[in-house]
Design a protein around this ligand. Structure first.
Ligand code: OOG
Ligand code: NI
Length: 474
């Protein structure tokens, strides 16, 4: 064994650091926002019922190793103020095996941020712990009022959202290629500090009000010591049941579920949330005293994840959603009926989704296929082998987010009032410059996963001629 190996073995796996961090975040948020704990309980109950009643789903999740991860599964969201903060966050998340995937422009929805999601990328890592953080960067350049922009910039430039120990441990993890158990535990503790809620604002009430009048989100990002986690979202297997169950447990959900309608074969992502809490905060007055006020930012959200769509499937999703939203605004009476009606045009069986090249699948050998492959080499097309029951296919879970849904979630929690400004223009290049890296292309990741699963089947069947007839998206 080389010296290198000895060192590497002493490092805690990134997956374990991520799992510890996700646990720690959940425990902290439960303390900070008790309704989150109530929601977790509801989701656990609903998921147990779904798995009991839907044997196919149970079998599918067991087969794809997706079952174990579900109770521990959650995503969070944060918003940062400066390029430097985003840059360091990328390094911090990398210590836990989380990489920036996809670019989301929220400015088109009147929200002056652009975003990415930090998450694990490889299938095995996702199955161990798929913790994700939706991360938004404020775009101060979209504020027209120059004085206000300068005041906000100054406040942001003067804060340090990371502890010194966290910064040192990030440096160490990069230099060594990992962290030992003691460092990893300290890293989790120190990293958590960045996302903690602080009721004492960094600024006085007057500046808070000016920021708030420009956009509530700007006040949320600039006024506090750091990017407090604003929600943590468990994954449910039946979001309609959770939506109905929330009021019974004293939680008030937003009016509509974002995303596609209820279907037999869930696609992409459906999300709903409960309204942000009104929280007591304290503004720092010029004479050093603290003045009491209130701020709403933190809320709860639930999501149900379905199959990842190919570019063709995604285009159809966007088209049908746009059509619905052009006719009626989300939240108005007819919205849900119209959504269901529009989505009648989206095939709702896995066979059709595959045949039409609308969704990504993970292929594996069926029990029969594995048995036969022991003795004879088999070749054939994917269609033929599926039909012969030699291959099986399972949906690849959508691991990302949806900009229209995200905008709906942001908006439902910004409350009423505040300006409805439409900012413009995505700027992925500027975002990536701040990040210090390119975001990964989520569609390429799904396509690679599908292809890798097929290649594995080729090899096991020794059927080198195996080719997908269904349009496997590039
Ligand atoms: C992020 C909103 C987006 C989601 O699930 O789409 C999001 C935020 O409010 O900061 O978390
Ligand atoms: Ni969310």
């Amino acid at each position: 064994m080389t010296n290198d190996n000895i060192q590497t073995n002493a490092f805690v796996a990134k997956n374990d650091i991520r799992a510890q961090f996700s646990q720690a975040m959940s425990a902290m948020y439960k303390e900070e926002v008790p309704a989150y704990g109530a929601l977790m309980d509801l989701v656990a109950d609903v998921n147990a019922v779904s798995l009991e009643q839907d044997k196919d789903l149970h079998e599918q999740l067991t087969h794809t190793d997706g079952l174990a991860r579900i109770t521990e599964e959650r995503h969070g969201a944060i918003r940062v103020g400066t390029e430097k903060e985003l840059f360091t966050l990328r390094r911090l998340f990398a210590v836990m095996g989380m990489e920036p995937v996809s670019y989301y422009d929220l400015s088109v929805a009147g929200i002056p941020v652009h975003s990415t999601a930090f998450r694990p990328v490889d299938e095995a890592d996702l199955n161990q712990n798929p913790f994700r953080i939706f991360t938004s960067l404020l775009r101060l350049e979209l504020i027209e009022d120059e004085d206000l922009r300068a005041a906000a910039q100054e406040v942001l430039d003067n804060r340090e959202i990371f502890t010194t120990a966290a910064l040192n441990l990030i440096d160490r993890a990069e230099a060594q290629g990992g962290l030992n158990a003691e460092d990893a535990a300290q890293f989790v503790t120190e990293a958590l500090e960045t996302f903690r809620w602080h009721s004492k604002a960094n600024i006085d009430r007057e500046l808070y009000n000016r920021l708030h009048d420009e956009h509530r989100l700007i006040a949320d990002i600039v006024s506090f010591h750091g990017p407090h986690i604003n929600h943590l979202t468990p994954r449910t297997l039946d979001i309609d049941a959770v939506q109905v169950g929330m009021p019974k447990r004293g939680i008030d959900p937003k009016a509509v579920i974002e995303g596609p309608p209820q279907r037999k074969c869930p696609i992409l992502l459906r999300q709903t949330s409960f309204k942000a809490l009104e929280e007591k905060v304290f503004f720092k007055q010029a004479d050093g005293s603290w003045e009491e006020g209130s701020h709403t930012a933190r809320f709860g959200e639930i999501e149900q994840r379905g199959i990842a769509l190919t570019p063709k499937g995604r285009a159809l999703y966007d088209e049908l959603l746009d059509k619905t939203r052009a006719a009626v605004r989300a939240g108005e009476g007819a919205y849900e009926d119209l959504l269901v009606e529009s989505f009648a045009a989206f095939p709702d069986s896995y066979e059709e989704l595959r045949a039409e090249g609308l969704a990504f699948f993970r292929y594996s050998l069926s029990e029969k296929g594995a048995e036969i492959a022991k003795s004879v080499g088999i070749s054939g097309t994917v269609d033929g082998l599926l039909e012969a029951g030699i291959l099986r296919m399972d949906p690849i879970v959508y691991e990302d987010f949806l900009p229209v849904s995200a905008a709906g979630i942001f908006q439902s929690n910004l409350g009423d009032g505040g300006a409805e400004v439409v900012y413009s223009n995505p700027s992925q290049a500027a975002f990536e410059k701040a990040l210090g890296a390119k975001v990964l292309d989520e569609l390429a990741l799904y396509a690679e996963l599908e292809q890798a699963s097929l290649t594995d089947c080729y090899e096991r069947l020794s059927a080198k001629s195996l080719k997908s007839e269904a349009p496997v998206a590039a």
